[in-house]
Design a protein around this ligand. Structure first.
Ligand code: ACO
Length: 322
């Protein structure tokens, strides 16, 4: 039996930091409101000459170094993103070219904030079936480009960044389980109103920015994430106490606290990077994982529960023996 395991992690956050205080001069908000209602203290914003693939490339290089692999080793490349550089080539192909990787499948997939968990699941299936021997999995976003900077209900939440992992085959698991889900019926709670093929109607007045019914998303997120946690544990016959680290999607401290309560887990066992970068959508879980690996909290052999929830609505979890 072949399993996949995480061989290396990496991340990249753009240099420019936008603090809560700076936002006070942009919209009608306060540093205190943002911090207490969301847990966010600052976010990183991509430079004018940086696109999603630039951020993804940096995170990928770190993950490849950490895993001790080169461009010649990578035989599967997937990027979770909602903010691709172009309609096509896809971000996977753009990153593939930058890294000097040739010939392997390279693609991006769109599942909003759940994009990394979706991408990790695809890569796991390829590695565990023997179809790939070294998969590069990236979550990368430049959400600052699709945020309305005059809308206080959304602009305080989002930031730019990228995270990546390299998956390799192993005799022991590795990725113990992945569970994905979606419910398109909730699509209008969180969406971007413009694409490429939907004909515009005269009554379409929405601006080309993220539209969100935050309060309603919040409620569905808390309920769904409780279900995800129970599903991952029962599929693996595990007690809540078996989990060493919860590595959640970093959207709102109150959503994360609710999930931790469901797991009976003290917040010291939750990897929380939200204050430093806000909601980076598909990038948030691999960024948090990389932070905890590099600062020594997450050690080989630890049991990690990764989970995410986002636009679509989409959700997913991965239970990982690191
Ligand atoms: N500063 C000050 N006041 C604000 C701000 C702000 N930045 N934003 C909203 N308010 C006000 C509202 O206008 C409202 O005022 P009112 O009572 O006078 O009408 C009040 O604060 C409360 O607004 P709510 O929307 O009810 O605030 P809530 O406590 O729900 O927090 C938030 C809003 C932070 C957006 C929360 O609902 C949330 O985190 N939702 C989930 C977001 C999420 O997880 N998204 C999924 C992933 S994103 C993706 O997939 C791309």
């Amino acid at each position: 039996m072949i399993y996949s395991r995480i061989a290396g992690t990496g991340r990249y956050l753009p240099e420019r930091i936008l603090s809560n205080r700076e936002l006070e001069s942009m919209v009608d908000t306060t540093e205190e409101w943002i911090r207490t209602r969301t847990g966010i203290e600052r976010r990183h914003i991509a430079a004018d000459n940086q696109a999603t693939s630039d951020l993804a490339e940096q995170a990928a290089r770190q993950a490849m170094d950490a895993a001790g692999v080169t461009a010649d080793d990578i035989d599967f490349l997937v990027v979770g993103t909602t903010t691709p550089d172009l309609i096509f080539p896809n971000v996977g192909c753009l990153v593939q070219r930058r890294l000097g990787i040739h010939g392997c499948p390279a693609f991006s997939l769109e599942a909003a904030c759940s994009g990394f968990i979706y991408a990790l699941t695809m890569a796991d299936r390829f590695v565990a079936s023997g179809a790939a021997k070294c998969a590069l999995v990236i979550g990368a976003e430049t959400l600052s480009r699709i945020v309305d900077w005059s809308d206080r209900s959304t602009c305080v939440l989002f930031g730019d960044g990228a995270g990546a992992v390299v998956l390799k085959p192993a005799d022991e698991p590795g990725l113990l389980s992945c569970h994905l889900g979606a419910d398109g019926h909730y699509g209008d709670l969180l969406y971007h109103p413009y694409g490429t093929s939907r004909p515009q109607k005269p009554e379409d007045t929405a601006q080309p920015f993220i539209q969100m019914k935050g309060n309603e998303v919040f409620k569905v997120a808390v309920k769904t994430l409780e279900g995800i946690v129970d599903q991952a544990l029962s599929a693996n016959n595990l007690e809540r106490s078996a989990i060493d680290w919860l590595i959640p999607h970093q959207a709102n401290i109150r959503i994360i606290q609710a999930t931790a309560r469901r797991l009976d887990m003290p917040m010291e066992k939750v990897v929380l990077t939200l204050p430093d970068h806000g909601n980076t959508s598909a990038a948030s879980v691999p960024i948090a994982l990389d932070v905890a690996v590099r600062d020594g909290r997450v050690k080989r052999g630890d049991l990690l529960l990764l989970e995410a929830f986002g636009g679509g609505l989409t959700w997913g979890s991965a239970l990982v023996r690191y």
